[in-house]
Ligand binder design. Structure first.
Ligand SMILES: [Zn+2]
Length: 151
């Protein structure tokens, strides 16, 4: 027996990187299938979020640090309620700040203790703007995601 054959006999397949594989059937579509026992609480994967934004249904929060706000400080450019000037500086280039500033749009939040519909737009708007700012992060193939158009 040669050295290479001995090495091949000792060779074991490395464990898969992930404890699952992606399957697909016409009936189910795409799905994950476990490739080994998965422990309770085990992290299966982690990845950076595509965007970070307030949840859609929320009482008013700062668009930078996401802490609740009461309207005592507002972004000087857009009027969004923020925690303070540092947060205003952090979001100054965001579309949700730039667009109202460019269009001289103003809005009022009536009740700072109730969910405000304006926050529903922040996440989708940030994703849409990624088409210009980070186009490689937006899936092009509709099989993997939705393609957005920003004109
Ligand atoms: Zn903040």
């Amino acid at each position: 027996m040669g050295a290479i054959e001995e090495l091949e006999d000792d060779y074991e397949e490395p464990p898969p990187k992930y404890p699952y594989k992606i399957g697909e059937t016409k009936q189910l579509g795409r799905f994950l299938e476990a490739t080994r026992d998965i422990q309770k609480g085990e992290v299966l994967w982690s990845e950076k979020p595509l965007v970070v934004a307030p949840v859609a249904v929320t009482p008013p929060v700062c668009l930078s640090c996401y802490t609740p706000v009461d309207g005592s400080y507002k972004c000087p450019k857009s009027g969004w309620p923020l925690k303070g000037p540092e947060c205003a500086k952090a979001v100054a280039g965001n579309a949700e700040v730039v667009i109202p500033h460019q269009t001289e749009g103003r809005f009022e939040i009536d009740d700072y203790n109730m969910p405000c519909y304006l926050y529903e737009s922040i996440g989708p708007l940030r994703v849409l703007c990624m088409q210009k700012s980070a186009p490689k992060k937006i899936p092009k193939d509709k099989k993997d995601g939705i393609t957005f158009e920003v004109t």
